[in-house]
Ligand binder design. Structure first.
Ligand code: GDP
Ligand code: PGA
Ligand code: MN
Length: 608
């Protein structure tokens, strides 16, 4: 209590929102910061914060000629990705966290966290960031307030979400509910103690209290662990809100497709982390006459509209994209957005002229770089120059191809939903679901090889329902039931068609069976032609796949026979897959929706 007196806290607070003030006061008492700063989101504030971060060595200012107003950060080598092992859903009942989540009783977890947060901001500034996920003018705007002791988090949140005074004023004026999202690096500074460039703690806890709709994150400064509006709020907490309020919070991109006939279609796609969402969202079609525009690249909130149509919005304001593999050849739209500046890069390599570089950015590898660990690097070095999970963080409105509908709170009506994963074998390039229920089955059995986006082994096949495995904030069976039950609100005539895609299948020789990236437009074209009843397909036990001739190969060095291999349904591979799906479904026990059990039975029968 005594310490509070030295904090010019409440009298200076730019809000009269009682619950917010009480929470800020409670957190300040617990974490003991030296200062409190209410984030207004202004240019001037951002300049001051980034100047301070440069001074502190957390950020390096990039060459303003090539990367205006842009910075590079380098994390502690032990803080480079989301930590799923340390991510918890602390519902009142263990059953409500389900088998896909870590759980601890809320009271026990709170006690543990209070211990960790006690004094954790000593010597630091506590920033209070009011934010809204989605539109401020949405019918029911979803507010949050992140408290953090990391200025890097403030600068990144400013890119990723709508933050600052406008948002706070709205929270105050409407006495709105907000999600309290508490973040600390867990690295207090004692008097006279020098800071490090990337403070963090070896002990990391990413904790969600779904009934309370609150988030406590301790010990990490990286990405989804620390930018709490993103995965923690817009997926884990929002999925619980969505369950209770009758909508869906999904790990999906949204794109707008215009055909040569000038017909427009909106498509969303769910792929696990580092499996191609940002790339597909920013696709540069290699086929003539087709145009793609972007609405979102990572998170989609969807609800059935008044006419039973499925509408989608992107709640985010920025891109937090995987850097490696993003290049002028593969994703020029992302590169152009990045080149406009105003970006924060984390764990990429630095060029000698103050720019950034990562594997796959350019065809030619620079002769000399400083790698993400700060070591001198040449093409002979044994390890990659950029960390495999290095990221660019860039405002979404810097995308030239951003669709104007991005700015509309009503969102867009979806025509198709893609589910996709990273599988070397078994899963065809594209499969059209037999119907909506079969499509939910495809989503519920989605699988992918693990990537560097999360700490842990890479390349292991795991089931990842709707690409939401690490992000479902409640019981996974209840989540699948929610998908099934919500469909009752749909107008059957306007239900999107569902497709399963796999850009990552390999040939017998080991190369990719499909060129991917801009050529994925050819798969989108086939999907749209299926909606229009125009393209051919072959019925297989798992759904409809394209004939070799039905994929537009103009200008591509690929034959219809090669397409046929890329979409082949191999009976032996599918026998193994079926067994693995049965094993996966066994985890759900009683909570597996009956509709999905009968989809499995149907698949089994069809596979013989
Ligand atoms: P996100 O995390 O789901 O947004 O995934 P990204 O779009 O950032 O892509 C992750 C990685 O997959 C990057 O290294 C990309 O280069 C790679 N990738 C994306 N799309 C394709 C594709 O169509 N084919 C292949 N082979 N790789 C892809
Ligand atoms: P992603 O999200 O890994 O799904 O791209 C970034 C993050 O949460 O760190
Ligand atoms: Mn992405």
């Amino acid at each position: 209590m005594g310490d509070l007196a030295r904090l010019p806290l409440l009298e200076k607070a730019p809000t009269t929102h009682a619950r917010l003030l009480a929470w800020v006061e409670e957190v300040a008492e617990l974490t003991q910061p030296d200062r409190i700063h209410w984030v207004d989101g202004s240019e001037a504030e951002n300049k001051k914060l980034t100047d301070e971060l440069v001074e502190a060595g957390t950020l390096k200012r990039l060459n303003p000629e090539t990367f205006p107003n842009s910075f590079a950060a380098f994390s502690d080598p032990a803080d480079v990705a989301r930590v799923e092992e340390q991510t918890f859903i602390c519902s009142e009942n263990e059953r409500d966290a389900g088998f896909t989540n870590n759980w601890m009783a809320p009271a026990e977890m709170k006690q543990k966290l209070r211990g960790l947060f006690a004094g954790s901001m000593r010597g630091r500034t506590m920033y209070v960031i009011p934010f809204v996920m989605g539109h401020l003018d949405a019918e029911d705007p979803k507010f949050g307030v992140e408290i953090t002791d990391s200025a890097y988090v403030v600068a990144s949140m400013r890119i990723m979400a709508r933050i600052g005074t406008d948002v706070l004023d709205r929270i105050t004026q409407t006495d709105a509910f907000f999600v309290p999202a508490l973040h600390s690096l867990g690295a207090p500074l004692e008097a006279g103690q020098a800071d490090v460039a990337w403070p963090c703690n070896t002990d990391k806890w990413i904790v969600h209290f779904p009934e309370e709709r609150s988030i406590w994150s301790f010990g990490s400064g990286y990405g989804g662990n620390a930018l709490l509006g993103k995965k923690c709020y817009a997926l884990r907490i929002a999925s619980v809100m969505a369950r209770d309020e009758g909508w869906l919070a999904e790990h999906m991109l949204i794109l707008k497709l215009t055909s040569p006939e000038q017909k427009t279609y909106y498509v969303s796609a769910a792929f696990p982390s580092a499996c191609g969402k940002t790339n597909l969202a920013l696709l540069d079609p290699t086929i003539k006459g087709w145009k793609v525009e972007t609405l979102g690249d990572d998170i989609t909130w969807m609800r059935f509209g008044k006419e039973g149509e499925l509408r989608a919005v992107n709640p985010e304001a920025g891109l937090f994209g995987v850097a490696p593999g993003t290049g002028w050849g593969t994703n020029p739209n992302a590169m152009r957005a990045i080149a406009k500046g105003n970006s924060i890069f984390t764990n990429v390599a630095l060029t000698d002229d103050g720019g950034v570089w990562w594997e796959g950015m350019t065809e030619e590898t620079p002769a000399h770089l400083t790698d993400w660990r700060g070591e001198s690097w040449t093409p002979d070095s044994d390890s990659p120059a950029a960390h495999p999970n290095s990221r660019f963080c860039t405002p979404i409105d810097q995308i030239d191809m951003l669709a104007e509908e991005y700015f509309s709170p009503e969102g867009v009506e979806l025509s198709a939903i893609l589910f996709g994963g990273r599988r070397k074998t078994t899963i065809p390039l594209v499969t059209e679901a037999r119907d909506w229920s079969n499509g939910i089955f495809m989503g519920s059995t989605l699988s992918s090889e693990t990537t560097a986006a999360a700490a842990g082994a890479v390349g292991v096949v795991r089931r990842d329902p709707m690409a939401m495995l690490p992000f479902i904030g409640y019981d996974a069976g209840d989540y699948l039931n929610h998908w099934v039950n919500l469909s009752a609100k749909a107008n059957p005539e306007r239900l999107p068609k569902i497709f399963l895609v796999n850009w990552f299948r390999r040939t017998a020789e080991g190369g990719f069976a499909w060129p991917g990236f801009g050529d994925n437009a050819r798969v989108l074209k086939w999907a749209i032609e299926r909606l229009e009843g125009k393209a051919d397909a072959i019925e297989t036990p798992i759904g409809f796949v394209p004939t070799g001739e039905s994929i537009d190969l103009e200008g591509l060095d690929m034959t219809p026979a090669e397409v046929e291999s890329a979409v082949r349904v191999d009976p032996e591979e599918w026998a193994t897959e079926l067994a693995s799906i049965e094993e996966w479904f066994a985890n759900f026990g009683e909570s597996l929706p009956a509709a999905l059990q009968s989809e499995l039975d149907g698949l089994k029968t069809r596979l013989g």
